[in-house]
Design a protein around this ligand. Sequence first.
Ligand code: FAD
Length: 253
Amino acid sequence: MLACLRLVYFTRQDTRDAGFIETDHYGARFNDSGSHFGLLGLSQRWLRDLVWDYFDARLRNQPPRSQGPLKLARRSCVELSAYLEAQAPGGGHDPRALTEEHMTAFVADQRHRALHGLPALGHDPDVGMSGGRLQAMTLSLLEGWHPRMTEIVSRQDPASIFPVAVRTSVPVAAWETDAVTLLGDAVHVMSPAIGVGANTALRDARVLASRLVEAADGRPLTAALRAYEDEMRGYGFDAVRESAEHSATKLPS
Ligand SMILES: Cc1cc2nc3c(=O)[nH]c(=O)nc-3n(C[C@H](O)[C@H](O)[C@H](O)COP(=O)(O)OP(=O)(O)OC[C@H]3O[C@@H](n4cnc5c(N)ncnc54)[C@H](O)[C@@H]3O)c2cc1C
């Protein structure tokens, strides 16, 4: 359902801003997977845009027969992104600050990792990461931070570390109001990038409670619920959009 809605609510150009590709937008369907192809594992906006442009051109002009070539390209760039985030000035977010040496050092680091069987730096969405690998990745990203900070992470039990899939809803139009309504993540789940999901759910509860008090005072229940839903869809999906925007620009993955 979400996959179908994404196709309707996001144009090709919107998907560039939101950090993903829908292969259905190009009439390309692969047997081995669905249409959605996430690029948020690339934290530098310039790199993500370059990869999006490459995929866009490839899907328009020479669509591959499976998602394999696209996944391989993404995986390499996720590694580069994680490397730049940890090692380059300013996390590699300004490409003008990068030099040939950064790329040479990246290749040397990849060789070293392959040679010694070290974990990958980046989190490729197709590759499940164990708690130990997630811990190693976090520590590498914290290199140069205060030792107390890295100690907190290194003392964690790897068995207690797990990845969390971040999902976002898409705005929905008003539906026919009846005695059942929605609030919180059930209607406007959002990325935790700006930490307002629970806050928005609490706001729903407050607004809904006020409308129910009005219903108790004689306002027709359906009208009261409709007023709540109209208000909630406004600020709720504003928060969804703002969170998605910040996910795309601020979060490393
Ligand atoms: C990593 C992360 C960080 C976050 N950080 C922040 C933050 O800093 N600030 C902030 O405001 N928000 C934050 N959020 C978002 C916040 O957690 C959610 O928006 C909020 O919990 C939503 O509340 P809810 O009551 O709508 O849903 P939930 O908290 O998901 O509650 C739904 C409950 O229903 C239960 N349930 C599900 N199905 C059934 C069923 N069939 N029968 C009975 N029970 C069922 C579930 O077990 C759950 O307890 C974060 C989210 C994540 C993932």
